[in-house]
Design a protein around this ligand. Structure first.
Ligand code: PLP
Length: 414
């Protein structure tokens, strides 16, 4: 069955015809029948180079041997026990060893769950109710973080979704990324702020990069005001290197949320941090958190295999960094701005690289849409939004990267 026929069936069965909003490409999304390495194979018989990569988890590419073997081995032993399993101990050890800020960790099944629980923990630990998030920062699809961005640095939260209790998001305050003065003003304005939750590198607007010294100063300010710092590294964890953005920039948060890569491509989330904070999580402490699929042996096997591979092949980070540099070169002179960090990259239809959400929103989304279609015709799938980060994976060979660079150059000059 073809993609358009499948979407016709899906539309009456699932809202928007999809299982997650960004997938609802118009007039219809392509349906994928298989994936291997850097490629997706559609039900319509096309083969596409994938620069979306599941929106971040697939740093080894699709169905890599190392992870596949671990999943297959686990399958023979069952995939859900409802009891502790050895794999969760190994993955927790790995994550704690890789992150100086993490003494203890709790596994969950999605990044959304991780941020929800980390915020609850921060409120419990401080006895305060408000949180600060960064405008345009994405932390999943739960109520406290679904707050409209762009309405002024220190305005009270306005729900970004129908059905969210206004009284709840009134406790979510916002400030622009890279705005230290705004953050200082906000933190000094209230005694009731429990935590700042921030993507150290904004992955869901671009990427948008921290200005030199910004993250260090964010840490200093949160310490000054005795506010907990939560790094949401669901995208950046193991993407920007072993230990994520916090190791790369040398900044130690109080709590960290992880997801995506740490599950080797299977559903996962995790939150972790200082022992005194994590000791407050049930059953050790009073902050309730639980999940049927948390720490399941199949995800743990995939996660251990993926992180193990990254440890054995640390050169991958430099190779992928060179890859995005090559694509950047191909975009030179096209009039927009190319932003990259390691294997994260994006071409913004805006002359200068955005430094925050409001600036990113000035991009020419109609031009992006045309570009996106041209790229697809050239056999390259980049995320269907100006505001989603593109990725490279270990399966993207130099030859494939050259192909992507050529396509950028051609599609941008047309
Ligand atoms: C993807 C993402 C989430 C949500 O993770 P899910 O697994 O989709 O729930 C949270 N925070 C950041 C920074 C993300 O990129």
């Amino acid at each position: 069955m073809k993609s358009n026929e499948l979407f016709e069936r899906a539309k009456g069965l699932m809202p928007g015809g999809v299982s997650s909003p960004v997938r609802a490409i118009q007039p219809y999304p392509f349906y994928v029948a298989g994936a291997e390495g850097a490629y997706l194979k559609t039900v319509d018989g096309e083969r596409l180079i994938d620069c979306c990569l599941g929106y971040g988890p697939l740093i080894l590419g699709h169905a890599p041997d190392a992870v596949r073997a671990a999943i297959e081995a686990q399958l023979a032993d069952g995939w859900l026990y409802g009891t502790p399993c050895p794999g969760e101990v190994a993955l927790a050890e790995r994550i704690a060893a890789d992150h100086p800020s993490i003494d203890m960790v709790r596994f969950v099944s999605s990044g959304s769950e991780a941020t929800m629980a980390a915020i609850r923990l921060a409120r419990a630990a401080t006895g305060r109710q408000d949180i600060v998030k960064i405008e345009g920062g994405f932390h999943g699809a739960h109520d406290a973080v679904l707050v409209k961005a762009g309405s002024g640095a220190t305005t009270m939260g306005v729900p970004d979704s129908a059905g969210v209790v206004a009284d709840l998001v009134a406790h979510t305050r916002q400030v622009a990324y890279n705005d230290l003065e705004g953050l200082d003003a906000l933190l000094s304005s209230s005694e009731d702020i429990a935590a700042l939750i921030i993507e150290p590198v904004m992955g869901n607007v671009g990427p948008v990069l921290p200005e030199p010294g910004y993250l260090q100063e964010v840490r200093a300010l949160t310490l000054d005001y005795d506010v907990l710092l939560i790094f949401d590294e669901v995208i950046t964890g193991y993407r920007l290197g072993i230990g994520g953005a916090q190791v790369r920039y040398g900044v130690t948060p109080d709590l960290t949320t992880l997801g995506k890569i740490i599950g080797g491509g299977l559903p996962i989330g995790a939150f972790g941090g200082r022992r005194d904070l994590m000791a407050m999580v049930a059953p050790q402490g009073p902050v309730y958190q639980a999940g049927t699929f948390s720490g399941n042996p199949l995800t743990m096997a995939a996660g251990n295999a993926a992180l193990g591979w990254l440890h054995e092949n640390p050169g991958i980070y430099a190779r992928l960094d060179a890859g995005t540099r090559r694509i950047e070169e191909a975009c030179a002179g096209a009039g927009g701005s190319f932003v990259r960090l390691g294997s994260m990259f994006k071409y913004f239809f805006r002359p200068a690289a955005p430094t925050n959400y409001a600036e990113a929103k000035e991009s020419d989304t109609a031009a992006f849409r045309q570009f996106w279609e041209k790229m697809l015709k050239k056999g390259i799938f980049v995320p269907p939004s100006q505001f989603e980060t593109n990725f490279l994976s270990a399966a993207h060979t130099d030859e494939i990267i050259e192909h992507i660079a050529d396509a950028y150059s051609t599609c941008l000059s047309e």
